[in-house]
Design a protein around this ligand. Structure first.
Ligand code: AHG
Ligand code: MN
Ligand code: MN
Ligand code: MN
Length: 332
């Protein structure tokens, strides 16, 4: 078992990726290249987001995506940019995206990897200048090289992720990712156009005191969920809900806390999507010492059935998630 890889604060992302690769004598460099492609896509999307108000790409497209959501122009821009970067990088044979109904064949059949993306997370915050994000999961393809990617390549349980992460476009832009040896966060330096290691080996507190829940859903949820919310209130935990999963998760990971999106009357399977929202964050949470569960199962153990499947999500500091699951189990 390899030691968790650490590097000094301020190490440039490219250098970090290269040094990490040196620890694996048989590594071919393909995953390293794919991570660089993702960092490039993040820089491009970051640029688009920063000038959205000036370049006329705020607002809605006027169409619904496959989720039945009102698609925003930036959802589409981020989707197109990200997919283009992955196609040009040539390390990905297949992509699934929140914004695309079907599996995308990148026509790089020699590539070993498939990627699942939420190109822009927190759509409802785009037009009001509140933080949004990008989420990604990387898997090794299951079918033979030199054949087109299939659903079998995409529908893998989250525990088989090779790497996962997110980009947070906030007061500063950050790339946070893990290849299974701890979680590292990099902050973007716009004048240099480079990410630098700012948050090495992130660990989540076991006992958090922040809960992130859309309170308007309170009467749409089960008794167990309401009991958990009452528990948080009685203990005077801080209620913090941005409405961008990436931002809420990031804050809770750094400060200790828990995010929950349970099943509701409207979203009977929960709202968040397993393949490109829950799995990546569950991978990071566990790598940071936290926990991620659906109603009964560990998120990373769920066998996906469809590309856009939704699941309830309880994610964050270990003891908070355990407490919540216990109250759900006790429910009448
Ligand atoms: P997306 O913008 O990628 O469709 O994701 C929206 C998600 C997530 O970011 C957020 O936590 C959640 O929707 C908020 O949902 P509610 O508005 O129902 O609280
Ligand atoms: Mn999302
Ligand atoms: Mn999205
Ligand atoms: Mn959406």
């Amino acid at each position: 078992m390899l030691e968790k890889f650490t590097a000094p604060i301020g190490t440039a992302l490219d250098r970090f990726i290269a040094q990490k690769q040196e620890q694996f004598p048989f590594a071919t460099g393909e995953l390293s290249q794919l991570l660089r492609d993702i960092a490039l896509a993040a820089k491009i999307i970051n640029r688009e987001i920063n000038r959205a108000g000036l370049s006329g790409i705020e607002g809605s497209v006027g169409e619904e995506n496959v989720q039945g959501e009102n698609q925003q122009k930036l959802d589409v821009v981020a989707d197109v940019r990200f997919i283009r970067a992955l196609i040009k990088g040539e390390q990905t044979c297949g992509i699934i995206s929140e914004e695309d109904e079907n599996l995308i064949d990148t026509k790089n059949p020699k590539a070993k990897y498939v990627v699942a993306i939420d190109p822009l997370d927190g759509s409802s915050n785009i037009n009001v200048n509140v933080s949004v994000g990008t989420i990604f999961s990387i898997y090794r393809r299951r079918t033979s090289l030199n054949t087109p990617p299939t659903l079998e390549d995409m529908l893998q349980p989250g525990r088989d992720q090779i790497a996962a992460g997110y980009v947070l476009y906030g007061s500063s832009t950050m790339l946070v990712y893990s290849t299974g040896y701890g979680v590292n966060g990099f902050t973007y330096e716009p004048s240099l156009g480079e990410f630098f290691l700012s948050h090495p080996n992130i660990k989540m507190k076991e006992n958090g005191e922040i809960y992130s829940f859309n309170d308007g859903l309170y009467y749409q949820t089960s008794e167990g969920i309401r009991n958990f919310i009452e528990h948080c209130r009685k203990n005077q935990y801080s209620g913090r809900y941005i409405g961008s999963l990436v931002s809420d998760f990031h804050r809770n990971m750094l400060k200790g806390g828990m995010y929950l999106y349970p099943a509701t009357k409207k979203h009977t399977q929960g709202k968040l999507r397993l393949m490109y929202e829950c799995n990546a964050l569950a991978f990071l949470a566990e790598q940071a010492g936290g926990m991620a569960f659906s109603d009964k199962e560990r998120i990373l153990d769920i066998m996906p059935e469809s590309l856009h499947q939704r699941v309830p999500l309880f994610i964050g500091s270990k003891n908070m998630v355990k407490q919540c699951l216990q109250l759900l189990n006790e429910e009448g």
